[in-house]
Design a protein around this ligand. Structure first.
Ligand code: ZN
Length: 169
């Protein structure tokens, strides 16, 4: 028998755990904003550093180093918007445009929302109750339902003489 008190204690423990996880996630996001490698502190990222996920900026650096390392953009193939459509990231053409502009910087709006580091205050509050999942199904112990009782058959015997006499009287 499970009392209502026990259920309340378990739910409270779950809520506490989920709140702790939420705080841990906030810390990870904050760290992403603070721990910026020196290679990201360049003019091209002046307006996006700390506002866009570092992973996205590293991708931008890869593109710049691999496709624009010579500084000659004439060899660039025509823009297909593939990078923007598939990953929500600015393509080599956008990077090239900013590099050619005097001290041009990528803009936050060049990145899809999924790459934005939102200020924690603007994040919607997390409802821990929505994260509670169904408990795992547990295999019941004991004889499976539907199994026949063999014991009754093996324990059967002929009535003794005493029992026969009692039954007939
Ligand atoms: Zn392009």
């Amino acid at each position: 028998m499970v009392s209502t008190n026990d259920v309340v204690i378990v739910v409270n423990a779950l809520v506490r755990t989920l709140k702790d996880q939420h705080v841990a996630r906030k810390v990870v996001l904050e760290c992403a904003k603070v721990n910026l490698p020196i290679k990201l502190l360049i003019l091209l990222f002046r307006n996006v550093v700390g506002k866009v996920a570092p992973q996205a900026l590293h991708r931008m650096l890869d593109i710049r180093d691999k496709q624009l390392s010579t500084g000659v953009a004439t060899a660039l193939p025509p823009c297909t918007n593939m990078m923007k459509d598939s990953m929500g990231l600015p393509c080599v053409h956008v990077i090239d445009t900013y590099l050619r502009a005097n001290a041009g910087s990528l803009q936050v709006t060049d990145f899809h929302l999924q790459w934005h580091l939102q200020p924690i205050a603007t994040l919607p509050p997390l409802d821990p109750c929505l994260q509670i999942q169904e408990p795992d199904a547990i295999q019941p112990r004991g004889r499976p339902t539907g199994a026949t009782a063999r014991r009754a058959r093996t324990a059967r015997r002929e009535p003794s003489g005493f029992e026969n006499e009692e039954a007939s009287s």
